[in-house]
Design a protein around this ligand. Sequence first.
Ligand SMILES: [Zn+2]
Length: 259
Amino acid sequence: MLIKQIPIRNNLRNYMYLLACEQTLEAIAIDPLDHNLCLKVAADLGWTIKMVANTHHHHDHIGGNGPVIDATGAELVAHTEAMSAIPNVDRGVQAGDSLRCGKLRLKIMDTPGHTMSHICLYFSGTDAEQPALFCGDTLFNAGVGRCDFGGEPKVLYNTFVEQIFPLSDDVRIFPGHDYIRNNLEFTLDREPDNQSALNLREEFKQGLDAESFVSNIGIEREINIFFRLDQAQVRAGIGASALDDQSTFIGLRRLRDNW
Ligand SMILES: [Zn+2]
């Protein structure tokens, strides 16, 4: 699979993605908010956009659909239950469905919590290529999506327990926003001795480019505080309400909302 991660550099620091079949150069555009930039990058690469996939209905993910589809005739794909909120969806998808583009195959995961109808797109990898997760606003580098725009923290926690935590360490992470620097600071606020987070923060200080940094699930288990619910320091920091992993996760989400 050919992957082009495109930073938009807007206030919300959205990422959009182009994923192409290596043989046919037919491509899927994920959440192509900056339509001009998306079309230009595809043209420069010689890729043909055949499909637009939205991870969820928030405007900063669907706002570029119309012009990209007008220019390419691409099929619009989204969660079945997001079809009422996203104009002109051609095909609703649900857990276990596949997206096909040339020889490229992606599996749909149904990952509610940030919104109640959110999909992630999973590439299972090959002998030569590690798996990859295009996770919208469910999982960020060193963080998770907020739940106060139509979501629910308990539901997001269940999504992580059932679908994200069990992923193998080598799954690469391609999120919907570039929030890693703030998220790392939050991890270190909660767990000041986290050596992996300290090391990564130092690498950014030394010039590591956040936009070219690709995390994976193994790294997230170390630097993402929402993966570290059983750590005594993390739990103690929530206080008496942190009775178990679920209440710790929800407590962290609440703290992060106001941080
Ligand atoms: Zn969102």
